[in-house]
Design a protein around this ligand. Structure first.
Ligand code: BG6
Length: 484
């Protein structure tokens, strides 16, 4: 194999980030699918381009489909990388492509694949690790996990799984039992790609690297929290997925609860996987049983006319809800969660509203809006604090002002990784901090099961709106921060 690209991304050299990465055989199941094409191949290539892949690695791609010419598979990978990452240098591509091969597993016959993985491990040396990425439908997960075990490929390997991790507590427990028959918990990496986003990790940085925020990050100073993830896109042809999953299982019991865990957790003793999971688990344990009367399900007008959707479908494409974390820090503070498809804007906004000062001492001050700390968790992250300030002039009149940090402006030349890239790198580093543990998954299902067994009927909402009227009223007089 030819020379490795030099790191051109994060500050420092390879030795900072990847010097100790063991050689890896990355095995992608579902390699002809959408996730592999949109995220995994472009992500792996980008890591390689940035010098963030291990010095020695191979990528073995597999699917049930047999290809007319498997040797042409790297060309399909190249097209995917170009489509999602733009043009690439041909010399660099040749070096990367030389490490990719396709091995079909027709009719669930994984013999050739197992042989290819063993051969690759042997070639890369005794410290080589395999990383199995299951980019496959949930119905296939358990059988593929068993196959890995049957061929004895689980030893020392890492397993990466995509959501959903079951669809209720019982199925999650069954899935976890199967996983644990073959893998130890420490070998399992459940991806929630929201946790790989730079901006989400910024919640940790803001809270625990500053003396300013953490002292007021509690019920004595905060009167509400909103975690708002509206999406403009509708289901974009994913009718089968939406009909079987719904927005609650797709977004709330996964991404939004994980965000809530990061916002609400106590300071961990260390920033490592065990300490963070310990704190997130405590938050999930403290969540009060969900109150069906404080949950609004919605469905956008025209959803039932989408191809592949049942004409009488009652699947929700929108959820807004109130959640309480009954612990010492958050008692009495409502957390409002909202997400949905075909809404007026696409945002990922976390807002903390602060209590008003105890005394209104400025004449004529009738403004009852709270100071708000707003975290925009976009790929171009920003943090705002909305405050009241004196309007310049002869009178002591108040107006609303804004303190703002634009992270890209603050750190020009910084080099963010896309969420999947960051998480793939973490798996290779063996760092499970940003992944979801078995305990978290089961606690969330235990919390959500009663609601999902008896969900509210979805209320219709117009496309490009902010959801059903009842959802708009949920946070009371102050309403939602968005639209702002
Ligand atoms: C996925 C959901 O996990 O996250 C999608 O299945 C959703 O329905 C997507 O649109 C949102 O992710 P992002 O990174 O585009 O905000």
């Amino acid at each position: 194999m030819s020379a490795q690209p030099q790191p051109n991304g994060p500050a420092g050299s390879r030795s900072d980030t990847t010097a100790h990465l063991d050689p890896h055989v990355v095995v992608v199941f579902g390699a002809t699918g959408d996730l592999a094409r949109r995220k995994l191949f472009p992500g792996l290539f980008h890591l390689w381009q940035a010098g963030l892949m291990p010095e020695k690695f191979q990528i073995i791609c597999s699917s049930r489909a047999t290809l007319d010419s498997p040797e042409a598979f790297p060309v399909m990978v190249l097209e995917a990388v170009r489509a999602f990452r733009g043009e690439i240098e041909s010399e660099m591509w040749r070096d990367f492509a030389a490490r990719i091969r396709f091995v079909a597993a027709p009719d669930d016959d994984y013999g050739d694949l197992a042989q290819a993985v063993r051969a690759a491990l042997k070639e890369l040396g005794s410290d080589a690790k395999s990383l199995f990425y299951l980019a496959i439908p949930p119905s296939a997960t358990e059988s593929v996990v068993r196959v890995i075990g049957t061929f004895g490929l689980n030893e020392g390997a890492k397993l990466v799984l995509e959501k959903p991790f079951g669809r209720d507590l019982q199925s999650a427990r069954q899935l976890n039992a199967t996983l644990h028959e073959v893998f130890d918990e420490r070998q399992i990496y459940r991806i929630d790609h929201f946790l790989g986003k730079e901006a989400v990790q910024n919640i940790l940085a803001l809270r625990f690297a500053n003396g300013l925020f953490e002292p007021v990050w509690n019920h004595q100073h905060v009167c509400y929290v909103q975690i708002d993830v509206p999406e403009q896109l509708d289901i974009q042809g994913r009718s089968e997925f939406m009909e079987s999953t719904g927005t609650f299982r797709d977004m709330i019991s996964t991404h939004l609860f994980q965000l809530l865990g990061f916002v609400a957790m106590e300071p961990p003793v260390r920033l490592d996987a065990d300490s963070l999971h310990h704190e997130v688990v405590k938050v999930f344990r403290a969540i009060r049983p969900l109150d069906r009367d404080r949950v609004v399900f919605g469905q956008y007008e025209g959803y039932c006319d989408e191809a592949g959707v049942d004409a009488c479908s009652v699947v929700e494409t929108f959820v807004a809800m109130e959640v309480h974390v009954d612990d010492w820090r958050w008692v009495g503070v409502p957390f409002y969660l909202r997400t949905g498809k075909a809404l007026a804007a696409s945002r990922r906004t976390v807002t903390l509203g602060f209590r008003e000062p105890p005394l209104k001492m400025f004449p004529g001050d009738v403004d009852t809006t709270c100071n708000e700390l707003v975290l925009e968790l976009t790929d171009d992250p920003k943090i705002f604090v909305d405050v009241r300030a004196k309007v310049p002039g002869p009178e002591l009149a108040l107006g609303r002002g804004r303190m703002r940090i634009d992270l890209q402006e603050a750190f020009p030349g910084s080099w963010p990784l896309e969420a999947y890239e960051r998480l793939l790198l973490d798996v290779m580093r063996g760092d499970a901090t940003l992944f979801t543990s078995t305990e978290e998954v089961e606690l969330i299902w235990a919390l959500c099961d009663p609601l999902l067994k008896d969900p509210p009927m979805p209320q219709r909402y117009p496309r490009a709106s902010w959801g059903p009227a009842d959802a708009l009223k949920l946070p009371g007089e102050r309403g939602w921060r968005l639209p702002d």
